[in-house]
Design a protein around this ligand. Structure first.
Ligand SMILES: Nc1nc2c(c(CN[C@H]3C=C[C@H](O)[C@@H]3O)cn2[C@@H]2O[C@H](COP(=O)(O)O)[C@@H](O)[C@H]2O)c(=O)[nH]1
Length: 468
């Protein structure tokens, strides 16, 4: 060993001193989600859902041919009219925070009402339904000056139930399903992001540089009151510059102005509504400081060391709202639908670079929702037992965690894996075809069929759930 090479034994001793002996490094998060293993277990033990081998082979051939014909790729993600993109003025941080917010709430949009009566969102002169209604709500809120994609905002008193209800307001009499659950999820997740991934300096709601310097140097008398002194103040226990300087915040019933923040400014986008900043008479207090960018989600992504599997496991570990697991035949099984689609959306939005760069993206599986299983059934890939077929075709509810539901979700994940394997068997050079791309393709195909023929041959299963 040459003089300038580090002594491996010394390195190991240093590592053990800093991190503890290997056995104690239990906080290491695995890169393996276990979802595909559990999907195969569910498939091998299912009696109400089966995967048809001929249907799978035929589907693989037609999906691959169609993908080739359309040059289908992750570019489709940014071609979606409402998905945030840099050309719309979104910074990379703004896109990261938007995708996290979107996939945190990306569940349960189905309705028993007609197209005209179901929950729908008015935005940019159009009516948006389903998943698109959620994206429209977030875009509309940002346009209206509500920083709905900033976790620090979710914790603040500005984000009252009334303000959030308005964010998700409907253009029809039907409101968004599970609104209370969505509000609770935002509040709970914001606390975890603040405690585990937040930064006290960022969380001072935008003091100026000299005040930030005082905070860092610990001379912040009156700028940031320690938690114990103001347990219930805005910002979860720390008073902000606004509180200390008693700058009156407009009452809650004017949600658009309460933060005095142009949402785009909070995340570095050029302000589109600078003229809506509250006008302050010269003798009055200066306007509310701009909400500091919120890097808590970016820090969470950084911890995953560019591993998709690790990021999915981090999401499930830190946030109950992402921990999509259940029991089947006495065994705990992981499906992790929204955690996986969040990582997939980051990968697609950034084209596999920056915050979307993952060295194991192919580890992700299909996202077990209610739309893609319906599509798989309609193209003959999966089929149902008579009791399950009757339940679905008569639009009866199937409950979260019920065996029918777990079989539908697990077998759909496994079916997409078999389609992926068949495509690679027939086209060994098609390395870019992974479960994510097949899933996105099947979802988009389902939406196209819905537009053209008013829906798919068989209905989707009715489970009202925060998991998908
Ligand atoms: N498996 C899977 N499930 C997906 C999506 C998407 C949208 N992904 C975008 C990203 C790339 C694609 O190109 C899409 O533009 C939403 N969903 C789920 O569907 C349900 C909503 O259905 P509907 O009510 O009909 O809109 C709900 O559970 C929602 O979570 C997907 O891609 N895969």
């Amino acid at each position: 060993m040459s003089d300038d090479e580090a002594d491996p034994e010394l390195l190991e001793l240093l590592r053990q001193t800093l991190l503890g002996p290997p056995a104690q490094r239990t906080d290491e998060v695995s890169r393996n989600t276990g979802v595909l293993r559990d999907a195969e277990y569910i498939y091998n033990n299912s009696i109400d859902v089966s995967v048809d081998m001929y249907g799978t082979k035929a589907a693989a051939a037609s999906i691959y041919a169609s993908m080739q014909e359309r040059h289908y790729s992750t570019d489709a993600w940014s071609e979606h009219e409402l998905h945030p993109k840099s050309q719309d003025g979104f910074s990379e941080l703004a896109i990261v925070n938007f995708i996290f917010t979107m996939d945190l709430l990306n569940f349960s949009f189905w309705s028993e009402l007609s197209e005209a009566q179901r929950y729908q969102v008015e935005y940019r002169g159009k009516r948006w339904t389903g998943y698109n209604s959620l994206v429209a709500c977030l875009r509309r809120a940002l346009d209206e000056g509500v920083p709905i994609t900033t976790p620090r905002y979710w914790r603040s008193e500005d984000a009252s139930y009334e303000v959030l209800r308005r964010v998700f307001r409907s253009a029809t009499d039907e409101q968004i399903p599970l609104l209370d659950e969505r509000v609770a999820i935002l509040k709970d997740v914001a606390e975890v992001l603040h405690k585990s991934f937040g930064d006290p300096v960022e969380d001072n709601f935008g003091a100026n540089d000299e005040q930030v310097a005082m905070i860092i140097d610990g001379k912040a008398n009156g700028i940031l009151v320690p938690e114990e002194a103001a347990p219930d103040a805005v910002g979860g226990g720390q008073q902000t510059v606004a509180d200390v300087k008693n700058i009156a915040l407009p009452p809650d019933d004017e949600p658009e102005q309460t933060t005095g923040v142009a949402p785009d400014q909070e995340e570095g986008r050029p302000s589109q509504d600078a003229d809506t900043q509250p006008s302050i008479a010269p003798e009055a207090e200066p306007p509310l400081p701009q909400l500091q960018p919120d890097y808590s989600i970016a820090r969470l992504i950084e911890q995953a060391d560019r591993s998709a599997g690790k990021l999915v496991n981090l999401l499930a570990k830190h946030f109950p709202a992402f921990c999509d697991e259940t029991r089947f035949d006495g065994k705990r099984v992981r499906l992790l639908k929204r955690a996986q689609i969040l990582v997939a959306d980051l990968w697609a939005a950034f084209g596999g670079t920056g915050n979307g760069e993952f060295n194991d993206i192919n580890h992700l599986t299909m996202f077990a929702d209610y739309r893609v299983p319906q599509m798989l059934r309609s193209i003959g890939v999966i089929s149902y037992s008579p009791p399950l077929d009757y339940r679905i075709s008569t639009l009866q509810p199937i409950f979260s965690g019920q065996s029918f539901e777990v079989q539908l979700r697990g077998c759909s994940i496994w079916a997409v894996e078999l389609i992926r394997r068949e495509i690679l068997r027939a086209h060994p050079d098609a390395q870019q075809v992974n479960a994510v791309l097949i899933d996105f393709f099947l979802y988009d195909l389902a939406k196209e069929k819905e537009k053209v023929q008013g829906g798919l041959a068989t209905p989707h299963h009715r489970t009202r759930s925060i998991w998908y």
